[in-house]
Write a protein that binds this ligand. Structure first.
Ligand SMILES: Cc1cc2nc3c(=O)[nH]c(=O)nc-3n(C[C@H](O)[C@H](O)[C@H](O)COP(=O)(O)OP(=O)(O)OC[C@H]3O[C@@H](n4cnc5c(N)ncnc54)[C@H](O)[C@@H]3O)c2cc1C
Length: 538
């Protein structure tokens, strides 16, 4: 399917009943028993046939068009757009970007429902720390950060408004994402013990020259025996070894791993599990003096707000609907064969420099005679599939007692990661129609099922998750748009940090450069943006 093309379906009452979840929950909640006759459900946003074109073997058709570029970037995700920006800043005007999808942004693309903007993937960016220099510089250029009286100040309009987060726990909403625990209980003690353990690794792992033990981007962290040891085991093994076995703590840490890495503490390394906290504000147990909420930038369309601004200066030099099939590095230039999806013809591009801002498993398929590090790195990285559901809602939902509707709303114990409200940042005085974006990090074994033509079982799963917290959701949901990410993000499994293959790709010097969040072994804006900026600088 092409982008914008959709595979429709409709979620009937029987789909819900088939899951054994629907009517009983709706009726039992004491709200209106009516459920919608059919909720239109469709897949949106990604062109699998384009991506799968790379798997086909056989001769390519003759080249129909020859093009040249001063520099060529392949992939218009955050990394590719940051690379193009960096090349332009260095005076190369003739920078062209080839992107498989019709829209730029990659995993940070946006969508619209009923005139309301919503994300298809990434939806927030924490305030950058001191090591994320390139990100800070970009945010200054975009006016999101300013220097005032010797301090860096963020534009409040783009910071997540309060209330930021809540968790649905035992029938009520609680502020924040930590399940509420009794002061002095074993759960409370374990939360404090984890906070102390994070602070201890932050102290013990700092570098001799003052590098922080854990930094964002990751390659600017110190690296010593402590980090190597943490990277050699899973987060779950490390937690077990530290006696951190409380169910509430483990749920919360599992939620964090799934949210940032799309994987469980049993899969990610202890280095990655701790990096989530230690590279930012640490972890603060409830009631601690330093308990604070991390400030994040967010927009209705998610991080598409950023990628649209990165893409805008490219104008006609951004070529959407170009599936790059082959990249061959020659002595004097790099040759790139790209399939023009609209014209259905093959283009040959030549350029003295090419930045490959593609996931590494795709780069390994398109590069001819790839450097050994590329094949090795591509074989190392497991990828998590994700499902993102945008639900158009016609009126505020019935809410359970406790904390008020927030930007991020998470169901304790759920399979999903909760939802964000696309209208949260609006200043309208009375809540009304909105789009809720629900996130589900899936097991790798579920990837094949994501390719199903029928989207309704997935929509049913999303609704089932939310029905406990919002029993009238079936009455108010108007349409559901589902985005499937087959290879959403690399999972930082043990052994990835400082792996020689990834290091080699970062440092490669020649006509081909690599830039993608994959180089960090995990996927966040800071990693992608820095990888792109560094490739341009190189
Ligand atoms: C559901 C989801 C939620 C996320 N939430 C957040 C969040 O809130 N905050 C955050 O910081 N990060 C988040 N992330 C991580 C996100 O991946 C990164 O922030 C960032 O967008 C990655 O950018 P990238 O350029 O490295 O990769 P990508 O986004 O993967 O970009 C690669 C680009 O290459 C293109 N491409 C692929 N093959 C070809 C080809 N053959 N020819 C031409 N082009 C091709 C792709 O279409 C894509 O545009 C999320 C990711 C997902 C999937």
């Amino acid at each position: 399917m092409g982008p914008g093309e959709v595979k429709p379906g409709s979620l009937r009452r029987r789909d819900v009943l088939g899951l054994g979840l629907g009517a009983a929950t709706v009726l039992g909640a004491g709200c209106s028993p009516a459920a919608p006759a059919a909720v239109p459900v469709q897949w949106v946003g990604a062109s699998h046939t384009r991506g799968h074109r790379l798997r086909r073997s056989g001769a390519l058709p003759p080249v129909a068009v020859q093009r040249q570029a001063g520099a060529l970037v392949i992939g218009a995700g955050v990394a590719g757009l940051a690379a193009a920006r960096g090349l332009r800043q260095r005076g190369i005007d003739d920078v062209h970007v080839l992107e498989l999808e019709d829209q730029p942004g990659g995993n940070s693309r946006g969508h619209q429902m009923a005139g309301m903007a919503c994300p298809l993937g990434a939806h927030y960016l924490p305030l950058p720390g001191p090591q994320a220099r390139e990100v800070s510089e970009l945010l200054h250029e975009l006016g999101l950060l300013k220097h005032e009286l010797g301090r860096t100040v963020a534009d409040e309009r783009h910071l997540c408004h309060s209330p930021q987060e809540r968790v649905f726990f035992e029938g009520a909403w609680a502020e924040g994402l930590l399940p509420p625990v009794e002061p002095g209980s074993r759960s409370a003690q374990q939360l404090q013990a984890f906070a102390a353990a994070v602070a201890a690794v932050q102290r013990a792992g700092a570098g001799r020259r003052g590098e922080p033990a854990f930094a964002q981007p990751a390659h600017r962290s110190a690296w010593g025996p402590l980090q190597a040891q943490l990277d050699a085991q899973t987060f779950a093994q490390w937690l077990d070894a530290h006696g951190l076995d409380d169910a509430h703590l483990r749920w919360y840490l599992g939620y964090c791993c799934r949210d940032d890495y799309g994987a469980t503490p049993e899969e990610v390394s202890a280095w990655a599990g701790l990096h989530y906290f230690a590279s930012r504000h640490g972890f603060h147990a409830p009631g601690s003096e330093t308990e604070e909420r991390e400030a994040v930038f967010t927009w209705p369309e998610g991080n598409a707000w950023l990628t649209q601004r990165l893409a805008a200066p490219l104008g006609e030099r951004l070529h959407g609907g170009r599936t790059v099939l082959q990249v061959s590095e020659g002595r004097h230039a790099v040759e790139v064969l790209a399939w023009d999806e609209a014209q259905q013809r093959l283009e040959r591009w030549t350029s003295p420099q090419v930045v490959l801002a593609l996931p590494l498993f795709i780069a390994a398929r398109v590069v001819q005679n790839p450097p050994p590090a590329l094949a090795q790195a591509a074989a190392l990285l497991p990828y998590a599939p994700w499902l993102v559901a945008n639900l158009q809602i016609d009126a505020p939902l019935f809410d359970r007692p406790g904390a008020p509707p927030s930007w991020d709303n998470v169901v304790y114990g759920g399979r999903g990661l909760g939802y964000v409200d696309a209208m949260h940042q609006s200043l309208r005085p009375v809540p009304g129609a909105t789009v809720l974006t629900a996130y589900h990090a899936l097991a790798r074994s579920e990837r094949a099922a994501l390719l199903a033509d029928d989207p309704t079982p997935w929509a049913a799963r999303v609704l089932a998750e939310l029905r406990g917290a919002h029993p009238d959701i079936d009455e108010h949901v108007q349409r559901i748009h589902l985005m499937r990410w087959g290879h959403a993000m690399a999972i930082p499994v043990p052994g990835l940090q400082r792996h020689p293959a990834l290091q080699a790709l970062r440092g490669l010097r020649g006509r081909l450069r690599f830039a993608h969040a994959d180089l960090a072994g995990c996927s966040v804006f800071e990693e992608a943006c820095t990888a792109g900026a560094e490739a341009a600088l190189a």
